[in-house]
Write a protein that binds this ligand. Structure first.
Ligand code: GP9
Ligand code: MN
Length: 733
């Protein structure tokens, strides 16, 4: 035993040994932070492996730099110095995370106000007794050095060997990057979430990643000036579509409730899945909304997202501007740009509160930072809901029914009128083919593609969740005084899988074309205005970019003074040119251009040799679509709204929002307002409405499907549902 200790100490008394000692200490502390402080949502052995190895490459590279130094004291000073910097970065993140559930970005460091908000006065309160673990090694190291148990190595470390250490660590880092890409393709380019980067590459790499993000954003930003506003303002003035007087203000002053239908495509509306010769309506409730005369339903609205997916949809719907051509706007600019988003606009129109409800970690898509810039008062992320485990969640968060149910205790405390958004997530790729427990029952499709097979059952689950929520709104008395907007954020089945989907939608896989891909980019957009009978199915061609002006006009808010590039879908002046986020991709009622091919929208016939007049027409449309994108990009990447004052909106003060103790904040406002409080809870005489939410299971809704088998030699409903249904027969008689 003594001998081992001695050998160890001897090794630590060499320069390389000392570097490796510091590296091991850094590794240990990182592992501690990963398990105790950060919630990295590590799933599966592969991710565990990545998390275990990721502190090593850059840790070795950086501490190993000291090996190049010849002078003894300088070597020790430098290696310890680098170790302390790594340590400080780790611990600042650990502490910052306790308040913000996110990591320190270069942006946060540059924006002094948010740093002080994060690490200022409250910082002391954020320390925990077990933080001692982080500094436990210091006295030991000092003792060992002071008592000369670890001796300073006077021998110069060979330069070639130093180089070998640098080369080895660089190679290890490349390997780490490669393995991370396998786990999550496009990890760095799409920037899903900061914790994805940390869990795969570690904190030093995250610093570099975030520095690069800030650098690229600032490059464009610093080139822009107030003069760049002029063409943008001119464009918006000429492009603005006047409100339709018939609908203007019909939902004025009502609560606004958005329901984000994850990965939901328009083709699901009214769709019936055939299984074992029987038809199953996938989304009976959404279909009923679609056909209701209280609903303005738009079957020709297309998604316009790119790599930012959900975050792109949110950006368009909240700000009336497009996401980026590359990466996610919310991730790259959401936390820093000046923005004029719906929650902020409405807060100046008498709206008392605003909130987002979403059963995933708040840092995903940089929501927790962006939402503050958008003026959201509250953000109820997964930390506010039932703890997730494998029985109540899939890949991206808490199951929708539970999310809705868990939201009510917060929703009912919000001052009315409110602006609230519910982001569902259960209908997300890879569309589980094993819905859990009592939700089992909706048949799976029968194609070679598992992803497609599950899509209908998860969509059916989403439909039932939305119905439960509507039923609750009615029972609680919120319904009549609200406008409820539902939209699909983007495609659920990607273009590469579409040929496999073709037979299910009466198409031919063999002749599947870019035109068909384009047509499948339709997503539902339904605005439910309870009490009106003016609702109808409106065939206008439009996109997500048009949703904000449409809503503003329904609420009686003049959208013309805001820098938004979409057009009210209810306006007679809507131009019906839908720009996809890739240049030269567009749809109009007449033409469709997609993947370099052009078609007649109505028939799908390809236009290979357009005549002069068709060509001119197409050029004009292309120009219009590209200009719309260009104007939006100029605002987004140049951060032009910081120069814009003509709307008289003022600026959001993001530092006034904290999403940590929202229930307390809600109750406090209720108390302060006393009799004047307009929350549902106050209006109900301080009686909670939680009990009014019911979410019957699939089995309860369709008992006929689970009736006991007439004979014993039946087959189960399908293999994925085997254990639940092994003793029950298919519904077909
Ligand atoms: C995650 C969810 C999914 O929180 O919104 O985002 P997506 O993968 O669809 O962009
Ligand atoms: Mn999405």
């Amino acid at each position: 035993m003594k001998k081992t200790v001695r050998t160890m100490l001897r090794f630590m008394s060499t320069r390389l040994g000392f570097v490796l000692t510091l590296l091991s200490l850094y590794w240990l502390k990182t592992m501690w932070a990963y398990t105790v402080d950060f919630d990295l949502d590590i799933k599966g052995l592969y991710q565990v492996f990545l998390a275990i190895i990721n502190p090593i490459p850059l840790g070795l590279l950086l501490i190993g730099l000291a090996l190049y130094v010849k002078r003894t004291k300088l070597f020790y000073g430098l290696s310890i110095g680098i170790y302390l910097i790594l340590f400080a970065w780790l611990v600042s993140n650990a502490i910052y995370y306790r308040e913000f559930s996110d990591f320190v970005t270069v942006n946060t460091m540059l924006a002094s106000s948010s740093v002080s908000a994060g690490l200022g006065e409250a910082a002391l309160e954020l320390f925990r007794p077990w933080d001692l673990v982080y500094i436990m090694d210091f006295p030991i190291l000092i003792f060992l050095l002071y008592k000369k148990y670890i001796r300073l190595d006077e021998r110069i470390f060979n330069t070639r060997a130093s180089f070998a250490v640098t080369a080895l660590s660089s190679m290890l880092f490349s390997a780490n990057l490669f393995l991370a890409e396998i786990d999550r393709p496009e990890l760095l380019t799409r920037g899903f979430s900061n914790y994805y980067v940390v869990r795969a590459l570690g904190l030093p790499a995250f610093l570099g990643y975030s520095g690069n993000q800030t650098y690229s954003a600032n490059k464009e930003r610093s080139k822009a000036s107030a003069e760049d506003l002029q063409p943008v303002e001119e464009y918006i003035a000429s492009h603005h579509a006047k409100p339709n007087p018939e609908y203007y203000g019909i939902a004025k002053g009502r609560n606004v409730i958005y329901i984000h239908l994850e990965s939901f495509q328009q083709f699901l509306i009214d769709y019936k899945l055939v299984s074992d010769g029987k038809e199953y309506e996938v989304t009976p409730f959404l279909n009923s909304l679609y056909h209701s005369n209280s609903t303005f339903a738009f079957p020709n609205v297309f998604n316009q997202v790119k790599a930012g997916k959900t975050s792109d949809a949110e950006t368009m719907i909240e700000t009336g501007l497009f996401g980026l051509n590359q990466g996610s706007f919310m991730v790259n600019y959401g936390g820093t740009n000046t923005q004029q988003a719906a929650p902020f606009i409405l807060s100046q129109q008498g709206y008392q509160s605003s909130a987002v409800f979403h059963g995933n970690a708040g840092s995903f898509w940089n929501r927790n930072t962006t939402y503050k810039q958008w003026g959201y008062h509250y953000f109820f992320d997964s930390s506010y809901f039932t703890k997730q485990d494998e029985t109540n969640s899939f890949q991206y968060g808490l199951n929708d029914k539970i999310m809705f149910k868990d939201s009510i205790k917060y929703l009912e405390r919000m001052q009315q009128p409110f602006y609230a958004k519910f982001i569902t997530v259960s209908n997300h790729y890879p569309y589980t083919t094993s819905l859990i427990g009592d939700e089992v029952g909706f048949p799976l499709a029968d194609t070679k593609d598992e992803t497609i097979n599950g899509y209908f059952a998860t969509a059916n689950y989403l439909d039932a969740a939305v119905k439960s929520f509507f039923d609750y709104l009615k029972a609680a008395g919120l319904y009549d005084n609200s406008v409820i907007v539902l939209y699909g954020d983007h495609y659920g089945i990607s273009n590469s899988r579409n040929p496999a989907l073709a037979p299910l939608i009466d198409k031919n896989s063999e002749t599947w074309s870019s035109y068909d891909n384009a047509m499948l980019q339709r997503i539902p957009y339904m605005v439910v205005v309870p009490g009106t009978d003016k609702g109808k199915i409106i065939p206008t061609y439009g996109g997500e970019i048009d949703m904000l002006p449409t809503l503003e006009h329904l609420l009686g808010i003049d959208s013309s003074k805001y820098l938004q590039v979409g057009q009210d879908l209810l306006s007679d002046e809507h131009q019906q040119i839908v720009a996809f986020r890739s240049s030269n991709y567009f749809v109009t009622p007449k033409y469709t251009s997609y993947s370099g091919r052009t078609y007649y929208t109505e028939t799908g016939e390809e236009i290979t040799l357009p005549d002069e007049s068709t060509k001119a027409e197409l050029d004009k449309i292309r120009e219009a679509a590209n200009t719309q994108l260009k104007m939006s990009d100029a605002i987004q990447t140049g951060d032009l709204l910081r120069f814009y004052t003509a709307d008289g909106l003022g600026r959001v003060d993001a530092s006034q929002f904290s999403y940590n103790h929202s229930m307390k904040a809600l109750k406090k406002i209720e108390e302060e307002r006393g009799e004047q409080s307009t929350s549902l809870y106050s209006k109900r005489g301080k009686q909670s409405s939680i009990d009014l939410f019911h979410s019957p299971t699939y089995k309860a809704l369709h008992p006929e499907q689970f009736a006991p088998a007439p004979s014993s030699d039946n087959s189960s409903l399908d293999d994925a549902n085997s254990s639940e249904n092994s003793s029950s027969s298919n519904a077909s008689p």
